[in-house]
Design a binder for this molecule. Structure first.
Ligand SMILES: [Zn+2]
Length: 296
């Protein structure tokens, strides 16, 4: 913090200034040249350098703060500043569900910044590969796992083609929610939730052999629902009506279910929601260099 001063005030300010920063749980450590916040005067400015060594226990401790300069106990000047955390660092307080998770996962979950569940039903998984935002195993532990790429950018081809029942082209691009940072997390969570919901609704595990009698193509959607579920029409005899396997071979088994998951990412009634005003990651929504993809 630097403040302009006049000569008359200089001595009294230098003597009395105590360096009281309103920083929530964050502890300031003053530069050796500025013990206890005592500023150094040079060229008409008072300067005091402080380093914040520990990260707080709460996301709400980040954000806009006010530095106050006192003289003889009276506030003579204030200045706004903002405190951010290193998005990809991992120096947050201990994590009970996934030790070593990045700061974005820990603080965005703690502060309910983008809907990451706190009940153990969502964990960070460093082993997920590039381009894999999240995974879940509905018939297993039902936990949504978010990977390193979940918080970066989200985009996926949204034009799908098929030849089933005269529908030759399905374009979801107009309702897309490509995004990044906290918006990408919301999309990933809603996507995996759809896989969980489909299994909870129909109780059919996709890809199993022998086939469930009500799901002959094995995509986890029963015959009676293939042409109507979520307002999308897919072939009851083809697990991947829209040829999503052209993007990833796994989808040959359950492309019709994957199509619903991608469709539901866009659902305005999604239980998952982003709160940009709570995002204090750097880079992130509120940083002055913002969240341009180039920053990553
Ligand atoms: Zn999926």
């Amino acid at each position: 913090m630097r403040l302009a001063i006049n000569q008359k005030s200089r001595k009294r300010i230098a003597k009395k200034y105590g360096g009281s920063f309103n920083t929530g749980n964050i502890q300031p450590v003053w530069d050796p040249a500025n013990p206890n916040g005592k500023p150094t005067a040079a060229n008409g400015f008072l300067t005091a350098t402080v380093t914040f060594t520990n990260l707080p226990n709460s996301n709400s401790a980040f954000g806009v703060k006010t530095a106050r300069l006192k003289r003889d106990g009276d506030v003579v000047a204030t200045n706004k500043y903002a405190v951010f955390f290193d998005k990809f660092g991992a120096n947050h307080p201990p994590c009970s569900t996934c030790a070593g998770c990045p700061n974005w996962f820990w603080y965005w979950r703690e502060g309910d910044v983008c809907g990451i569940p706190k009940n153990g039903k969502c964990k960070y998984d460093s082993t997920l590969g590039a381009g894999v935002a999240g995974t879940t195993e509905p018939w297993g532990d039902g936990v949504i796992r978010l990977g390193p790429d979940a918080s970066r950018t989200y985009s996926f081809p949204r034009s799908f083609q098929c030849t089933y029942d005269s529908v030759t082209y399905l374009d979801l691009s107009g309702i897309g929610r490509p995004g990044w940072g906290i918006d990408s997390i919301v999309s990933a969570l809603r996507h995996e939730q759809e896989h969980l919901d489909i299994y909870a609704t129909f109780k059919i595990r996709f890809g199993i052999i022998p086939r469930n009698p009500s799901d002959l193509d094995g995509d986890g959607l029963p015959l009676a629902s293939e042409e109507t579920y979520r307002g999308l029409k897919t072939d009851p005899g083809n697990a991947d009506t829209y040829n999503l396997k052209s993007y990833h071979s796994d989808y040959s088994i359950y492309g019709d279910q994957e199509l619903r998951a991608r469709f539901m990412e866009q659902n305005d009634a999604s239980p998952y929601k982003a709160y940009p005003e709570r995002d204090w990651a750097h880079p992130g929504t509120n940083h002055r260099i913002n969240y341009e993809p180039d920053e990553l």
